[in-house]
Design a protein around this ligand. Structure first.
Ligand code: DX5
Ligand code: ZN
Length: 229
């Protein structure tokens, strides 16, 4: 498992072909994805539905890197155990998804998983001040969660910069989720992010039959960032 702090590209399978999900995960890994980002939506916390722990368990044998599970469900606590058993490596929750986020993070770590906190564009950083010592990753949402292909919200760049200062020397990943493209990626990397989730910018134009497009798309994001730093 590669959890070091080097730049990671984590394609979101929300933009993949749902009828070929196992093959899609293998294709993006073969084309240079560092992690695989799995978006779980409940039609209640966010206005869209995807899939649950059974899908994650089915995909696990097809993911050889890190399975990065982003839970957009509320209440979240009753499902943590199921996603841990399904093989998630990182489980990220939104602080609005339960009354005791501190306990939720303890539960995730207690199950031997990395604990992530995901913050909506409108959620301030103060919420996580007393949670950072239990956190392995903070995901700054640069769109309102629910759908792929939305426009990057630029106000979040300053939030990333502030988060970086807040984290200090703690070993916490800063992940960006939403609207990441070769144009927006360098802005957030410059502000301190090291994990870039990208759905439409990775899967756009490609397919399981044409996986080299995924490789080109991943390289375009990575190279835009390396050129910027
Ligand atoms: C949005 C999801 C994202 C999304 C990103 O709710 O959490 O992971 O799939 O998609 P793009 O990269 O297309 O904005
Ligand atoms: Zn996500």
């Amino acid at each position: 498992m590669n959890f070091d702090r080097s730049l990671k590209i984590a394609p979101s399978i929300l933009s993949a072909d749902f009828a070929a999900m196992g093959a899609e995960c293998e294709a993006i890994e073969a084309q240079g994805a560092d992690w695989v980002h799995v978006d779980v939506m409940d039609g209640h916390f966010v206005p869209n539905l995807t899939f649950g722990p059974a899908m994650c368990a089915a995909l696990r044998p097809h993911i050889h890197t890190v399975m990065d599970v982003h839970l957009m469900i509320a209440p979240v606590d009753p499902f943590i155990d199921a996603f841990a058993k399904a093989g998630a490596d990182i489980i990220s929750v939104h602080p609005e998804a339960g009354p005791h986020t501190h306990r939720t993070l303890q539960t995730i770590r207690g199950l031997g998983k990395k604990a992530g906190l995901a913050l909506n564009p409108g959620t301030p950083l103060d919420v996580i001040e007393y949670l950072l010592d239990l956190t392995d990753l903070v995901c700054i949402m640069t769109v309102n969660p629910g759908f792929g292909g939305q426009k990057f919200i630029h106000s979040q760049i300053e939030k990333v910069r502030r988060l970086k200062r807040m984290i200090g020397d703690r070993p916490i990943h800063i992940e960006i989720d939403g609207g990441v493209t070769p144009e927006t990626a360098p802005l957030v990397v410059d502000a301190g992010a090291n994990v870039l989730v990208a759905g439409s910018a990775v899967f756009g134009g490609g397919s399981v039959g044409q996986p080299e497009v995924y490789g080109r798309n991943i390289r375009a994001i990575r190279e835009a960032c390396l050129a910027a730093v």
